[in-house]
Design a protein around this ligand. Structure first.
Ligand SMILES: CC(C)(COP(=O)(O)OP(=O)(O)OC[C@H]1O[C@@H](n2cnc3c(N)ncnc32)[C@H](O)[C@@H]1OP(=O)(O)O)[C@@H](O)C(=O)NCCC(=O)NCCS
Length: 166
């Protein structure tokens, strides 16, 4: 049994998290709470019935230079720096992969961005994929390569609704 995605809180146990990518595990265990308190990232988690975290995503705001952005996102008279919501991290514990949790976390992240975008302007969602495998995961949800930035992927804000139904 998995709990719905919620904001990381004191009840959550992060100690055993292992997604197979040490850098993603270390972020959750060592940085996520600090970043949450300081306002650097917001982390949402899926936990099991015992509040052991089995998946998480972390969001923050970012900017991407106009020349990296495809025409469909840039449109006319875009500023030199284009505001994006950044999926800074997203990972699922290896023992729980392949059961739809990654998709559920991405859907939750995109829904948060869509809500935030009603009061803070974002033109797109960005992610810096860790490797080609991670990039493929995002591409299947409509993300596309940024120009000249290897494994940086973008999803136009207007495509969020379609992506969350994929
Ligand atoms: C990538 C990751 C988040 C996917 O999580 P998951 O819970 O296994 O994914 P899901 O079970 O929700 O899969 C959803 C869909 O994506 C597909 N998918 C999963 N991992 C994929 C990958 N690496 N490449 C391509 N497609 C992938 C699944 O086949 C599934 O497709 P389906 O709906 O047609 O069956 C997970 O493997 C992970 O945490 N990897 C290590 C950390 C990482 O690389 N994170 C990316 C951060 S940049």
């Amino acid at each position: 049994m998995y709990r719905k995605p919620v904001c990381l809180g004191p009840e959550h146990d992060l100690r055993d998290f292992d997604c197979g990518k040490p850098v993603m595990d270390a972020f959750l265990k060592d940085m996520a709470r600090h970043n949450q308190e300081q306002g650097f990232t917001r982390t949402f988690v899926i936990a099991d019935k015992d509040f052991t975290v089995v998946g998480y995503h972390s969001l923050c705001a970012g900017m991407i230079a106009r020349h990296h952005v495809p025409g469909s996102i840039k449109a006319h008279q875009a500023p030199v720096e284009i505001p994006v919501a950044l999926i800074a991290r997203l990972a699922v514990d290896r023992r729980h992969q392949g059961q739809g949790l990654g998709a559920a976390l991405l859907r939750n992240a995109l829904q948060s961005v869509a809500m935030a975008a009603e009061s803070v302007a974002f033109r797109a969602v960005a992610v810096h994929a860790l490797d080609d495998g991670a990039a493929e995961f995002y591409i299947r949800y409509g993300f596309r390569q940024a120009k000249g930035m290897e494994r940086t992927l973008l999803l136009p804000l207007k495509d969020i609704a379609a992506s969350t139904q994929a």
